[in-house]
Design a protein around this ligand. Structure first.
Ligand SMILES: CC(C)(COP(=O)(O)OP(=O)(O)OC[C@H]1O[C@@H](n2cnc3c(N)ncnc32)[C@H](O)[C@@H]1OP(=O)(O)O)[C@@H](O)C(=O)NCCC(=O)NCCS
Length: 177
């Protein structure tokens, strides 16, 4: 089953049907979509298809991505989401997105920190990585603040929204957490 992680300021849980309108609205904003795999045409139907295609009952399956909502504990207002990709039995890739009005408040930092505790301490994973566009400063600052190591700088490895882009790979081992 997917986790429910209670932090000081919010809950992290499986994405739910009531989240989808807000989820699709922030995903389609230019500043949110800029360095992401989706475009500004991201729609409510795309969000519904994403949720329908996710098997939260088997959370943690190798090769699968799961979206976790970051939501207010009482009002259920959606602040953003975490993406969790179980690369193999021991390694996980994570992603993170906040609606613009909830950025710059430390929410992503608290959410990723909570997710790391869950992945390393509860699921006993060995290595967590995050891949970011090298131009995505807020994303790089977030993982650097959390003490991820910069492991790689791939040059023009992704043809992305009409141009070749560079990516950093950041990683953290359980022994470094
Ligand atoms: C990447 C992203 C999630 C980072 O969000 P964020 O809100 O900047 O990240 P944090 O939670 O670490 O917040 C840091 C900011 O909050 C401030 N802050 C306030 N209280 C804080 C606290 N208690 N702890 C940490 N930071 C705090 C920091 O000073 C910092 O402000 P600054 O950007 O002016 O320096 C966000 O920019 C985003 O959603 N981008 C669009 C999607 C995207 O590109 N995702 C990454 C794909 S790889």
């Amino acid at each position: 089953m997917s986790p429910e992680l209670i932090t000081e300021h919010f809950i992290i849980r499986a994405l739910a049907p009531n989240d989808l309108l807000a989820f699709s609205q922030y995903r389609s904003m230019p500043e949110v979509a800029q360095y992401q795999s989706w475009g500004e045409d991201y729609s409510l139907s795309d969000a519904k298809a994403l949720l329908e295609g996710t098997d939260y009952a088997h959370f943690g399956q190798e090769g699968h991505w799961y979206q976790l909502a970051i939501a207010d504990r009482e009002s259920e207002v959606l602040f953003g989401d975490l993406a969790v990709h179980f690369i193999d039995e021991q390694q996980v890739e994570i992603g993170f997105t906040l609606a613009p009005q909830y950025q710059g408040k430390g929410i992503a930092c608290e959410a990723v920190n909570t997710l790391l505790a869950y992945l390393f301490n509860t699921l006993n994973k060995h290595r967590v990585i995050a891949i970011t566009d090298t131009k995505n400063r807020p994303s790089c600052q977030l993982v650097e603040r959390l003490n991820f190591r910069k492991e790689a700088h791939f040059m023009q490895n992704v043809f992305f929204k009409g141009a070749w882009g560079d990516e950093y790979v950041y990683a953290m081992l359980k022994s470094e957490y």
